[in-house]
Design a protein around this ligand. Structure first.
Ligand SMILES: C[S@@+](CC[C@H](N)C(=O)[O-])C[C@H]1O[C@@H](n2cnc3c(N)ncnc32)[C@H](O)[C@@H]1O
Length: 231
């Protein structure tokens, strides 16, 4: 947005947000470097990476309590399970994890190929990759007792009707799932939901904490991490 398009009130608000903050360029190439950036984010610094033509680079900014950005992963990515349709590309999962360094009790929803991990619970309807909980998402509330201590949920559901077909699954109401999740976890728990649509949720159950777009390479769908915090 050009300066001329900002009202005086908006300019004052922007100045307040930017007070004492030096925009910085980062070019993270290793997980340690990404973690350092995550710590800067947690400290409330605004940062930006303006050159996003390398898969290890990120464009994100933290603003007024919410995180916004776009990650262009590029086509030089590898999948741990190349044959599994919809597996996280490259370091996409690691990227979202390092944004929440203090959150280690993860619920991986729609976990697919993910391996077992200390402190994490994997949930999927298919038993192909031996999830910790194998059930239909509509039964999530039946597992409330073991899931209530989770401090972050990372969810990668099938996106569209054709994606559901690839898993031999029937489309479900994501709105219902997001509501059910708010009844399973404690206030303060984060939900990171990856999808191709803006998700529907009730403001009485979730606070919006940001959006991060994800692009892989030409002619692929653009996805979005929606970040919410349980009320
Ligand atoms: C996009 S894939 C997730 C893949 C995962 N990100 C990975 O890296 O392997 C979607 C997953 O949702 C699961 N799924 C589909 N319908 C489901 C349902 N009703 N309840 C629970 N899981 C479901 C599928 O079995 C599939 O593993």
């Amino acid at each position: 947005m050009k300066d001329a398009e900002l009202t005086d009130e908006q300019k004052a608000e922007l100045e307040k947000i930017l007070e004492g903050v030096e925009p910085t360029e980062y070019h993270p190439k290793t997980d340690d470097e990404l973690k350092k950036i995550a710590r800067d984010l947690a400290d409330g610094k605004i940062w930006t990476d303006r050159h996003c033509d390398h898969p290890g680079q990120i464009t994100t900014c933290f603003c007024n309590g919410a995180l916004y950005g776009f990650w262009r992963l590029g086509q030089h990515y590898k999948k741990k399970h190349k044959n599994f349709y919809g597996a996280y590309p490259g370091n996409l999962l690691e990227r979202i994890r390092v944004l929440f360094p203090d959150r280690q009790k993860v619920l991986h929803l729609f976990s697919g190929t993910l391996s077992p991990e200390l402190n994490s619970i994997r949930f999927d309807v298919s038993d192909e990759f031996k999830p910790d909980i194998c059930d239909h998402i509509y039964n999530i509330k039946d597992h409330a007792e073991v899931l209530s201590d989770r401090d972050i949920i990372i969810a990668d559901p099938p996106y569209e009707k054709t994606d559901f077909e690839r898993y031999g699954a029937k489309p479900f109401s994501k709105r219902r799932v997001i509501k059910d999740l708010s009844e399973v976890v404690q206030p303060g728990t984060f939900l990171c939901w990856l999808d191709t649509r803006l998700m529907q949720y009730s403001k009485s159950q979730w606070i919006h904490r940001g959006d991060i777009g994800v692009g892989v390479s030409s002619n692929h769908r653009v996805r979005l991490w929606t970040l919410l915090e349980c009320v």
